[in-house]
Unconditional design. Structure first.
Length: 338
């Protein structure tokens, strides 16, 4: 008993003194998650499969502090308020519940890429927060449990716990809907060349978008066909078959945006230049470049390339009017404590 009390006070003393920092990478979904069967738990309507992005990362530092009356959250140098603050606070509450802890926390988070523009900043952000906050609270969770926990803050965050090529399983059971790598970051040296056409935060966040998915008459068809797309994508990755991969990536992205466009009210994330890039990518492929496009909940275009084609794709995108900036990323590793 005395031993146990001594251990608890040692842990509390340690926590008051130290902060924990985690880094997690963003990811780009090849087969996309859109719509939930349980929005509270973020149980997805369909499985999804993504590539972790080495060069787009979020670093998050968490310190639990017995002297704080409320959580303090700084995102990219600015005090968070409103919805951004409440989402972090709710996630910390979940972790405090698991760790049996009532200290408030100081959270400082920074991303090296524009946030809220369809580049999955919530994926890297909530994966980093999950890892840093669980460690800082004294929990030492296995990756699968971290993935389940991260999912509850932002669905795609459950994939950012892992590196390489990562599949997230759809399941009606909370504990069975987690992500897992199908191949690690050294399996295939694909490159994501991202054309940034808009840096402003999007008007309709993905949480609201998921809620609207069911209002589209196309969502049922998209969901019921998802096993076939997952199967083709999984096989294309494992066999490093770019031909098969590009077909399924573009088909899946087009299906997602068809659902968005036919939701009530319709969601139009594309800018005119988004469509020009899609058309150019198809021409460039006919000319021999190994490249395909995929677009998340925003107007920016991810051009997935073989490493041999990446620099030519960068150069061609750079010559297009309306492309403001290009970010290039290789396949990334798992979230980690630093
Ligand atoms: O995890 P969320 O709620 O930000 O949703 C992500 C939705 C897409 O980026 C469009 C698709 C995906 O699977 O990442």
């Amino acid at each position: 008993m005395v031993d146990c009390q001594a251990r608890v006070s040692r842990v509390l003393f340690y926590m008051a003194k130290t902060s924990t920092t985690a880094i997690a990478h963003s990811n780009i979904a090849f087969i996309k998650y859109w719509g939930n069967i349980d929005p509270q738990l973020r149980l997805p309507a369909n499985g999804s499969l993504s590539m972790t992005l080495a060069d787009l990362e979020t670093s998050t530092t968490v310190k639990f502090d017995g002297n704080l009356n409320a959580d303090q959250v700084v995102i990219n140098g600015e005090e968070a308020t409103g919805q951004a603050y409440s989402r972090v606070e709710a996630h910390l509450d979940l972790i405090r519940g698991l760790a049996n802890l009532d200290y408030k926390a100081n959270v400082n988070t920074k991303s090296n890429f524009p946030i809220g523009t369809g580049l999955a900043s919530s994926a890297s952000g909530f994966a980093a927060l999950t890892l840093a906050a669980t460690k800082a609270s004294g929990l030492n969770l296995p990756s699968q449990e971290l993935s389940v926990l991260a999912r509850k803050a932002s669905g795609s965050a459950c994939r950012s716990i892992f590196g390489g090529f990562v599949e997230w399983y759809a399941n009606q059971e909370d504990q069975a809907s987690f992500a897992e790598p199908i191949a690690d970051e050294n399996h295939w040296d694909l490159v994501d060349v991202i054309a940034i056409v808009r840096e402003k935060e999007k008007e309709i966040g993905s949480t609201n978008g998921h809620g609207a998915a069911e209002s589209s008459p196309l969502q049922n068809a998209r969901v019921s066909d998802s096993s076939r797309r997952l199967e083709q994508c999984r096989r294309a990755i494992l066999e490093r078959d770019f031909f098969s991969l590009y077909q399924i990536i573009e088909e899946d992205s087009n299906l997602l945006h068809s659902v968005m466009l036919t939701s009530r009210p319709p969601i139009i994330y594309w800018e005119p230049v988004t469509i020009s890039i899609m058309q150019n990518v198809v021409h460039w492929r006919e000319e021999g470049l190994e490249v395909c496009y995929t677009i998340d909940a925003g107007p920016n275009v991810h051009c997935i390339c073989s490493s041999a084609s990446a620099s030519e794709v960068e150069a061609r995108l750079g010559n297009m009017t309306g492309v403001r900036r290009i970010l290039t990323s290789r396949v990334g590793g798992p979230a980690k404590i630093i």
